[in-house]
Design a protein around this ligand. Structure first.
Ligand code: XUL
Ligand code: MN
Length: 342
């Protein structure tokens, strides 16, 4: 039994579409996903704005709220909690050049409209957390935008959201690249700096995703540690990644068990979850998986967190202290490797 509460998004159970091939599994209705999430031990659901309210561009602001109420009723039916709402700002034709940092004012206006609607939807779903995954906030052609001007636009966006709803918390999920070539806000450290300059720093934090940290050449446990030291780890997206390549969103621990151990250790050591934070699993199902068996990657990830919690509980601080006293980190290395392999 894990000490953590787990969350996933509806997109984590998908049809198997990727850049080189179409859907291979039928889509599953939202209610069916909720039912299955509850059955396998998930307690939180993460939403993109249009996961909760499909076709929202065609709806009035009042209609969006009415649609969100139906989703809230479904969450309640299965005893689930909404963790956050994130505007999906990478699929619409308005966002080809970025959203908040597009060179085109009408696109930036569209992005703000969606971000404000995310706040409205979040209120109905009963969460204060707005996540900004800054998917296209960067460049494909570096000279096409001023990075200085656009970092300021990101700051302006955060400030507008903080002012729009005095209750919400803005959590930025950094990623160094993909779909853009270069991001204006690639790492946890960049998010911390933006938050510190905002009009209400205590309401700005981050979501650390394991794969995104690895893509930036950084260590996920240390990225989380930095955010924790600043009091700003609002959520995590646990998954795994085989080195610096396309964003794989593999099951947690599937590539690097020691990294998985250290990520769980940081959370345990720092009492993560005490303020209601979830362990989010942003994991993608392999395309080979048959319809009906497409929750296995989520089950695997939860199991890996649990296994690593057991290892953390067995980690002997007396051995650690002894190794420090002897200044013998080679001995500590073996202790950790034996702990992970027994
Ligand atoms: C993309 C990614 C997103 C965000 C939510 O790499 O991680 O799924 O987590 O928009
Ligand atoms: Mn993510």
């Amino acid at each position: 039994m894990s000490r953590f509460r787990f969350s996933v998004g509806p997109w984590n159970v998908n049809e198997g579409v990727e850049a080189f091939g179409p859907a291979v599994r039928p889509s599953i209705p939202l209610e069916e996903k909720f039912k299955k999430f509850a059955e396998i031990g998930i307690s939180g659901v993460q939403f993109h704005d249009d996961d909760a309210v499909p076709n929202m561009n065609d709806l009035s602001e009042a209609e969006i709220i009415e649609e969100a109420k139906k989703v809230k009723a479904l969450l309640d039916k299965y005893g689930l909690e909404a963790e956050f709402v994130a505007p999906r700002l990478w699929q619409d034709p308005h966002t080809t050049d970025g959203a908040f940092t597009s060179n085109f004012p009408e696109d930036r206006e569209f992005a703000m409209w969606r971000a404000y609607r995310s706040c409205d939807i979040a209120k109905v779903l009963g969460t204060k957390k707005i996540v900004l995954w800054l998917a296209r906030e960067g460049t494909l052609c570096q000279e096409s935008k001023s990075a200085v001007e656009n970092v300021n636009r990101l700051l302006d966006t955060v400030n507008k959201l903080l002012a729009y709803d005095p209750e919400i918390e803005v959590l930025i999920e950094p990623k160094p690249n993909e779909p853009i070539d270069r991001s204006f806000c690639p790492t946890v450290g960049h998010v911390m700096a933006l938050g510190a300059k905002s009009i209400d720093p205590k309401r700005v934090g981050c979501v650390m995703e394991s794969a995104h940290a690895i893509l930036a050449g950084l260590d996920p446990a240390n990225e989380m540690s930095f955010a924790i030291a600043m009091g700003k780890l609002g959520s995590v997206h646990f998954n795994d990644q085989n080195g610096v390549r396309y964003d794989q969103d593999k099951s947690f621990g599937a590539e690097n068990l020691r990294s998985a151990f250290n990520q769980v250790k940081v959370l345990c050591d720092n009492n993560y979850g005490a303020n209601g934070e979830f362990v989010g699993l942003d994991v993608k199902c392999m395309r080979t998986q048959r319809p009906g068996d497409d929750y296995q990657h989520i089950i695997n990830s939860m199991r890996l967190v649990e296994i690593m919690e057991e290892k953390v509980d067995r980690f002997d601080n007396a051995v650690l202290q002894q190794c420090i006293d002897e200044k013998n980190y080679e001995k500590l290395e073996l202790y950790v490797l034996e702990l992970l392999t027994h």
